[in-house]
Design a protein around this ligand. Sequence first.
Ligand code: NAD
Ligand code: DAU
Length: 350
Amino acid sequence: MKNILITGGAGFIGSHVVRLFVSKYPECRIVNLDKLTYAGNLLNLKDIEDRPNYGFVKGDIADGPFVFALFEKHAFDAVVHLAAESHVDRSIANPMEFVHANVNGTVNLLNAARKHWEGSFDKTRFFHVSTDEVYGSLGADGLFTETSPYDPRSPYSASKAASDHFVRAYFHTYGLPVIISNCSNNYGPNQFPEKLIPLFIHNIIQQKPLPVYGKGENVRDWLYVEDHAHAIDLILREGGVGQTYNIGGHNEWKNIDLIRLLCKIMDKKLGRPEGTSVNLVSYVRDRAGHDQRYAIDASKLQQELGWKPSLVFEEGLERTVDWYLGNKDWLEQVITREYLNYYREQYENR
Ligand code: NAD
Ligand code: DAU
């Protein structure tokens, strides 16, 4: 593969994937297509923006003529598709934006790939990056496997499930060479502070309340973002066409236990007496339709392609905290008026 389109490369996971590909494949041209929504940030890629094999294009994946012209111009032979609206709480407030980006945007990219790759499907790949949330919510036992039934329960996960269905439909109907991955919760540097870990890091720095939804007993399976980026690289190179791979950290944490650990690390790093940050915990109204538990069985990826996570959680979390504390200018830059309005709407009187 010589010309690779990465969508959503200015976002959290996308920026780590772009950095990995630009550094690892100097012989390939990497084009990052991103609309630069509130979640997209070119600062995430400052260190690699001048590399000769990297280019950035601002645009909307749902814009038909624009995406078709981009394929014409660059003759992509692989797409790694990450662009999406990604935050569950925003999807509850504004579902249509999720249909636009996640459903229309994905189908538009599939159409462009199908048209431009006609006759050369054997030399191309369309990699769709999806989420474990499409499988719904687990009880106390069990893990999501690649054959778990789809049962999305938020507008976000419904839009991602719809996009997965379209990707599979283009494989079965037109023979488009697709691969899908479904990953668990990512954490690490550059994550926008609307998601649990960076939001709580920011609030702890500011000594603001830590809004725990419900009783804090929901469970998530956390994976360091660079481990996800390496899995995407491996699956793109060695994964089977038409296949799905689950990616997860085998690292389940009840929210409140994770928050206690985070508070402890932050107290230490900030030189505050132990117990300072945990006193900021404030139990608030639960998220509507809050999925109880996610947990991934990643044994297919491990057995077939030899992938496993590289970091233990305590180390990854400490590394993440260090990054946010060392990059306060990044944090300040993303705390815009838009963010403050969002925060007010989401958390005031909750
Ligand atoms: P993010 O919100 O940090 O970044 C999304 C990026 O997509 C942003 O740069 C944004 O500007 C861009 N974008 C949004 N709409 C666009 C459009 N219409 N056209 C072009 N660009 C657009 O998201 P993330 O957390 O990095 O997630 C990336 C992908 O990985 C998503 O598809 C998400 O569903 C999936 N995923 C995320 C996680 C996670 O824990 N964050 C886990 C599994 C899968
Ligand atoms: O599982 C993969 C998914 O993980 C991705 O597909 C999504 O893009 C990503 O946002 C993430 O979804 P979650 O809803 O699990 O992540 P979030 O960080 O929003 O919430 C994690 C848990 O923390 C969840 O149980 C809700 C809870 N929470 C979250 C926030 C923002 C709180 O208790 N308080 C909060 O303020």
